[in-house]
Design a binder for this molecule. Structure first.
Ligand SMILES: [Ca+2]
Ligand SMILES: [Ca+2]
Length: 131
């Protein structure tokens, strides 16, 4: 008879958030500032038409130029082009330049439906509040 803990794949997302809660802290906006300050790959990735034309609500008014920036940030990070930013993509985008705490905090703040991914609408909501 085997006793002991087993880990389930399905628990990983839960653990991701519970540990993030435990570490909720001070550097809340640093990742966002990195995103918004143009720490991005070069040359720019073309924004696909369905993203370009997507109508998005914002929690407060943003300029057309800001919205363009948000969309550009999003497509730069969304490496596999599934229209979702996941934790691996965010980490890869910053090439190890962000801490786990910053990554967790970013998802806590932006992934409002707790799906484990950040949609364009979620990212725009998040980014608009920082602008
Ligand atoms: Ca993706
Ligand atoms: Ca989400």
């Amino acid at each position: 008879m085997i006793e002991g803990r087993r880990s389930y794949k399905a628990d990983e997302r839960f653990c991701f958030y519970s540990s993030a809660c435990a570490m909720k802290s001070f550097r809340a906006v640093s990742l966002a500032l990195m995103l918004l300050s143009g720490a991005r790959s070069d040359p720019l990735i073309q924004i696909p038409p369905h993203i370009q034309t997507m109508e998005l609500s914002t929690p407060k008014p943003v300029t057309e130029a800001q919205m363009q920036e948000f969309k550009q940030d999003f497509v730069d990070v969304d490496f596999n082009k599934d229209d979702q930013m996941d934790a691996q993509e965010v980490r890869a985008h910053f090439k190890g330049g962000i801490s786990d705490v910053e990554l967790f905090q970013f998802f806590l703040d932006s992934d409002t439906d707790r799906s484990g991914d950040v949609s364009l609408q979620e990212y725009v909501d998040y980014a608009a509040m920082l602008g």
